[in-house]
Design a protein around this ligand. Sequence first.
Ligand code: MG
Length: 389
Amino acid sequence: MIRIAILGSTGSIGRSTLEVVTRHPERFEVVSLAAHRNVELLSEQVQRFRPKRAVLADETCRVADTGGATWRSGMQALIDLASDPEVDVVVNALVGAVGLAPTIACLEAGHRLALANKESLVAGGALVLDAAARGRGSIVPIDSEHSAILQCLAGQPTTAVQRLILTASGGPFRGRNHEEFWHVGPDEALKHPTWDMGVKITIDSATLANKALEVIEAHFLYGLEYNRIQAVVHPQSIVHSFVEFVDGSVLAQLGFPTMELPILYALSYPERIGDATLRTFDPVQASPLTFEEIDQGAFPLYGLGTAAGAAGGAAAAAFNAGNEIAVQAFIQGAIRFPEMADVVSAAIDGTGSGDLSNIHDVIAVDGTARVIATEAASRLGEARMRTNS
Ligand code: MG
């Protein structure tokens, strides 16, 4: 029996994880659940799955105290769930850099981290790897591209790898005239062509910031230099990534897009468990498979993010923090779609680069970048109000 803690259980990945767990009751047991602030849904989940512990990350929320679980709130409660000795696998499906402290706690405790919270690797990748080395914890990615790479590597050392090629759907605005980007609202940006996901990652997919986050994630997970990690647009989302080996051979992992497959693999790794409910692959239905270059002029956040990753810890953390603020400002209607890149640029430029040696450094850079990004977003909003009046 694999004992599981799910951080972010009310979000898209969290709910899919519970679906997967439901289908394999003989293999998985939910020990604890944590949500940001959706107390209603978390209470329902607690009634249904009967975990021992339930946590709300937002400490201003009133806990429910239902379902026979011990309820707590706040960051320390999340960290305690992640390092609980009664847990084997921690699913970190939190959104944003707030996931970093639980990620580190989980790895220091020697658990397996099933990681959907890519922001924690982007904000503090070096610290996350240190924590894994110290505590002998391991990371298995839930991100579909990185799950694909893990499956293609099949235990081969990184020295056997020449290049990783991540695939990107291209999002809802692929191939669109860039001038139109000034007029697309959050509703349109949230209509993803191939994946059904949470709000933050869907906007990140529309701007391709998500692919930059994933390049940085791949750098830390697989230890390859940035010049050996690339991304290509693949609108059908059937090939989830490629691994090119030093002998020139290329492996890819394929499947119809569903997050339940990478979730199941992360929970059962290195085993594979049968699951008859997942859609059977059919190459004829999946065809044609096409690939094209990323239009970096139209989607500047991809280049900004990968450059920030290559520049080092502080720049990557600033990119992530700036992007979180930019997405929020766009969703709230405060800035336009192309202005998200301006907000992120300001955050990176204003924060500087260099390496981050502890979590306090990460929190400081993250905080500074958020302040700068927030100021940049309100300047852009005010400038538009003046023009309009
Ligand atoms: Mg992905």
